[in-house]
Design a protein around this ligand. Structure first.
Ligand code: CDP
Length: 228
């Protein structure tokens, strides 16, 4: 059961969903939860401990002995592993190359999905990832799938100064057995190829209103609040 409002945003690599989710959360005053960062954090942990990311048993064992604490700071999700903040390492080449393998391990997903669900106990959230609408919060009526053409996505990634092969990750993410990247049946699909971040966030706000969410503007800064 969803206790608070959950806006689920899924999509492939470099589709712009992180920027959109962050902007939308700020506008609504919701907590922004980046689930990709959680899979990346576990990947960094495995890589830094020399645990092969293809060895599901050893990765599972490593998690069993690691204190994983998810929280919120300044309106965004945070994760600490045995008290350490993995943030500076999350987009390293090694993490980019191994994260999709880590994300195929059912035990990793089970542990992280439980932590992702826990966010909705205390907060209204905008959560982005690959399986939020299909597996983490299938009951939320607010599901979005943000896509962009492969060319635009490759360009966006390069503009971030990253050489990560998004096509390789997409293939693994879409074909894995556990919670693959799919468009949830009731998700609203947005092609962001020719839209700005604010354009996509605006389309989502419009859709939320159509779905009956009473969102009202607050002041001139673009902020909003919802009325029950
Ligand atoms: O780099 P990008 O923003 O596109 O990806 P990310 O959101 O940081 O996610 C990194 C990787 O984590 C993905 O390629 C997936 O393998 C995995 N992931 C997942 O399996 N399920 C999620 N809900 C989020 C991320």
């Amino acid at each position: 059961m969803v206790e608070h409002l959950v806006i689920a945003i899924d999509g492939p690599a470099a589709s712009g969903k992180s920027s959109v989710a962050r902007a939308l959360a700020r506008r609504l005053g919701f907590v922004y939860v980046n689930t990709g960062a959680m899979y990346r954090a576990i990947t960094w942990l495995a890589v830094s401990k020399g645990v092969p990311t293809a060895d599901a048993n050893r990765v599972h064992q490593l998690l069993h002995f690691t204190d994983i604490v998810c929280g919120v700071a300044e309106g965004q999700s945070t994760i600490l592993l045995d008290g350490l903040d993995p943030e500076p390492h999350l987009v390293s080449d090694e993490v980019n190359a191994n994260v999709s393998a880590i994300a195929t391990i059912p035990e990793v997903r089970r542990i992280l999905v439980a932590k992702q669900r826990a966010y909705a106990r205390d907060h209204d959230i905008v959560m982005e990832g690959r399986d939020i609408g299909s597996a983490v919060f299938p009951e939320t009526p607010y599901k979005f799938y943000v896509d962009a053409s492969p060319e635009v996505r490759a360009r966006r990634r390069a503009a971030q100064g990253l050489t990560d092969s998004v096509a390789t990750r997409d293939k693994v993410d879409s074909t894995r057995r556990t919670s693959p990247l799919i468009i949830a049946e009731d998700a609203h699909v947005i092609d962001s190829s020719n839209l700005t971040v604010d354009g996509v966030a605006g389309e989502i706000v419009g859709r939320l209103k159509l779905k009956g969410l009473k969102l009202v503007e607050e002041g001139k800064g673009g902020g909003m609040k919802y009325e029950v």
